[in-house]
Design a protein around this ligand. Structure first.
Ligand SMILES: [Zn+2]
Length: 314
């Protein structure tokens, strides 16, 4: 299934495929939650398809194995984990299902390590077993650390003819220039509000604004709808309500607190649009919100800051 709302980059990928000159290394970049990984997997399916169909025919052995991988990735990704013994320790390298010529390398926690890249290089060093190609996806490639990036460079410079590396990242600039200059870029745009609205049956305009073109964000804020409702009208009218709201804020998890700050940020933009607050005031509030976000990470509870923000807002 192709992702919705990215007609242009998908057309572009189709043209590359049909030209027969498919680059060995592709970079699909754009905001989080715009369908980059889903597309990378679909394109990999097409590259491996025995019937040479750009998004996969869906019926050949290769396509069925990739479909199996997708199912497993959704239901029990742990079954796909491949580990290697490095210095007596079992470390995670990549995800692999029953398809012998396909692997997906996601970050391990908050980074992609050199061991993972080494594992991937060794995977690519042997010839394909099922068809004519081998495909590897590196997810969130901006999380490669320096050593990992340097290690990957060699295979980008001299890739085996049968190998294809598809990387996803937020932007080309988020990668080392030596790496990004060797990748063929395909840009994904933020999703249109109508696409997100349709996908999640979401009508609330404020929630759609908050999602900033990302399906992932839209889902997240949809789950936190109650929180959004409570804080989008900040600051409350009476001192009593403000007191209640700020003690409520104190009890939230850090993730929820950060979400609240984003809701408040969006309200500031909205108020500025309708000239309810001027630019100077808005930028002052936005600055305070940014400071508060940092302070929260350092363990500040935040209710006092909320009270002083309310004063500034009026
Ligand atoms: Zn097929």
């Amino acid at each position: 299934m192709k992702v919705q709302g990215q007609e242009k980059p998908l057309k572009f990928l189709e043209r590359i495929y049909e030209s027969g000159k498919i680059p060995n290394s592709l970079l699909i970049h754009g905001v989080e939650g715009s369908g980059k990984l889903e597309t990378a997997v679909e394109f990999a399916k097409g590259l491996l398809c025995e019937n040479g169909s750009v998004w996969g025919c869906g019926t050949c052995k290769s396509c069925r194995l990739i479909e199996g991988f997708k199912e497993e990735l959704k239901s029990s990704p742990d079954n796909l984990r491949v580990t290697e013994d490095i210095g007596g320790k079992s470390v995670f390298v990549y995800l692999k299902g029953s398809h012998p010529d396909f692997a997906l390398l996601p970050p391990d926690g908050t980074q992609i390590r050199i061991d993972q890249i080494r594992g991937l290089k060794s995977f690519l060093s042997t010839k394909p077993l099922l068809g004519k190609r081998k495909v590897v996806i590196i997810e969130s490639a901006q999380l490669m650390n320096l050593q990992a990036s340097n290690s990957l460079l060699k295979v980008l410079e001299e890739p085996p003819v049968y190998s294809h590396i598809i990387m996803t990242a937020t932007s080309p600039e988020s990668l080392m220039p030596t790496v990004s200059s060797r990748l063929f870029p395909v840009r994904f745009t933020p999703l249109r509000k109508e696409v997100i609205g349709k996908e999640l049956s979401l009508k609330d305009g404020f929630l759609l604004e908050l999602s900033k073109g990302s399906l992932k964000r839209a889902k997240l804020f949809k789950e936190k709808e109650l929180l959004v409702k409570k804080f989008k009208g900040f600051p409350p009218k009476s001192a009593e309500e403000l007191f209640k709201l700020s003690s409520y804020f104190d009890k939230l998890s850090i993730d929820d607190k950060v979400a609240v700050l984003e809701v408040m940020e969006e309200s500031v933009y909205n108020l500025m649009k309708v000239n309810r607050i001027n630019k100077d005031k808005a930028s002052e509030i936005l600055e305070r919100l940014r400071e508060l976000r940092v302070a929260l990470q350092q363990g500040v509870k935040g209710s006092l800051a909320l009270v002083s923000l309310a004063k500034l807002w009026r």
